[in-house]
Structures are given as C-alpha cells and as structure tokens.
Design a protein around this ligand. Structure first.
Ligand code: C5P
Length: 260
C-alpha cells in the first residue's frame, strides 16, 4: 500500500444521505451489508486504494456513531502510512455535503476524489485509475461504464393520452456515446472549489438537477476525462441493490459468470 500513497490527494466520502429508499429507518451509511455498515466497506476500499493522504467523511449532522466508526476504522486498518481522517456534518443535499467536506480539506492538498459511501464495493483499482489520470494532468476525471440498455428520453402524456400510458418517447440517443457514471470522481482542488462556488448562483430547480460534481465542472467549460469504472461499483439504493451487493461481497457470483 505504501507505494501508492500520493501526497496531496484527499478522498471525500459523502455518507450523509437518509437512505429512505432502502427503508431501513436509519441513515444509508449505517445499513448492514455482510454484517457491517455500508460506510465501513466504503472506507475499506478507500484505504486499500492507498491514494489518500487525507480522508474527509461527511456524516448526517450530529451522528456520533458514524463519526466514531470512521475515526476508529481508519486508525485500525490504515497501517503505518495512515491518512488523516476528518469527519464533518453533511448538508441536506449531496452537493451541500460535498461543500462542507471541501471546507475541511487540509493545506497541501491539491486534488480531491469525491466518492459516494453508497458505492460501498468500489474496487481499489478504480480509485487508482482516477488518481493516475489526475497525476497525468487531468483537471477532472470520472469512472464510467458503457450502458447496456437502450436509453429513451420521455415526457408525461398529459390528459390527452393518460389512459393509454403515463409517458411517451421524445427521443433515443445513440447508445454508443452514452456512459453510466460512477464515483470516485477526481478533480484538481481549485477547479472543484470554483465549480461549487459558481453553483451558489443556481436556483432551487437547477440545484435539484445537480446529480454529480462533474456536471458543475462541465458548466465551467473544463474538460472532464473518463476512465473505466466497475460493475462492483454499483450504487446501493434499493433492497435489490443490497441483495446484489451481498452476493458480490461473498464472491458467490464469480463461478456463475460464463464468458459469452
Ligand atoms: O441519495 P443518493 O443515493 O443520491 O446519495 C449519493 C451519496 O450522497 C450517498 O453516499 C449519500 O450518503 C450522499 N449524500 C450526502 N448528503 C446528502 C444526500 C446524499 O452525503 N444530503
């Protein structure tokens, strides 16, 4: 692990979501996967990647349990080259949580990787691919996978055809150019700070449409590069996702794959 540590990189782990869609009645970061909270798995991935000299975790405001868990895990598993750990209160949206974490990035850090705790099983190689691209000079880099489904843009049918179906197709973008985007998303620190500052002038509707950090950087006109993501990096949002993650974690899926 020691040889991978790159001084100057902070990994922000946003873990302040409510997890309502999972229906566990607890913050998503605490939901158990293989008997351990999602946040523990996410932090293990960050530590195993060995790219961070600082880890900043955004937890739900005032959640001392997740705060303690982050601090303890990082101390216990990081070995000699232990990254600094900072835990901050997240905000009411993902963007607010990222901004809160950005305020606690230490002096001397020049690049950040922003990662969703909900992508608890992201392999260390993905962190390293993103960090390597930043080291080669990218100001912004995201991991992504080609989409397997055909994607349609739709709109509500409205009163005229509502009995036929609730939505109709507007267009079909070419699948070849579409990518499903994941985290960690890597940025030059100053670039990401500028992007979030510029987002301060957006209205609530526009803010609600911000689903990742790269969107904000794209709006500045900065080139965003794309590296290969991983199927293991699925975003655990529903109970079905959790079932799939359990299977991936236990390695039971591996023998079932048949190269076609
Ligand atoms: O809610 P969603 O699945 O889009 O959340 C993506 C990630 O952002 C999750 O890891 C979640 O914990 C985090 N988040 C956050 N603060 C919020 C909302 C979401 O840190 N207010």
């Amino acid at each position: 692990m020691a040889s991978n540590v790159q001084p100057g990189i902070a990994v922000i782990v946003v873990a302040a979501g409510s997890g309502e869609r999972l229906g566990y009645g607890m913050p998503k970061a605490k939901v158990p996967l293989g008997g351990e909270p999602l946040l523990v798995h996410a932090l293990r991935g960050v530590l195993a990647a060995g790219v961070a000299s600082q880890i900043v975790v955004a937890v739900p405001r005032g959640n001392d349990e997740l705060r303690l868990l982050s601090e303890t895990l990082t101390v216990e598993t990081a070995g000699e080259l232990r990254p600094d750990i900072t835990v901050v209160d997240g905000g009411s949206t993902r963007s607010e949580s990222v901004r809160a974490a950005l305020e606690s990035v230490a002096a001397g850090i020049s690049a950040v990787l922003v990662h969703d705790a909900a992508r608890a099983l992201t392999p260390p190689e993905v962190f390293r691919r993103v960090a390597a691209s930043l080291a080669e000079g990218a100001l912004a880099v995201i991991p992504a996978l080609a989409v397997v489904d055909t994607i349609k843009e739709v709109s509500p049918t409205g009163q005229d055809s509502a009995v036929v179906a609730p939505e109709r197709v507007v267009s079909t973008p070419s699948r070849q150019q579409l990518r499903a985007v994941q985290t960690p998303q890597g940025f030059d620190l100053a670039t990401l700070r500028n992007a979030h500052q510029a987002a301060g002038s957006l209205n609530p509707t526009q803010l609600a449409g911000i689903t990742d950090d790269a969107m904000l950087v794209e709006a500045l006109g900065t080139e965003v590069f794309v590296v290969r993501g991983s199927a293991h990096s699925l975003k655990i949002t529903t109970r079905t996702d959790l079932l799939l993650a359990e299977a991936l974690l236990e390695g039971q899926m591996a023998p079932r794959w048949v190269e076609g």
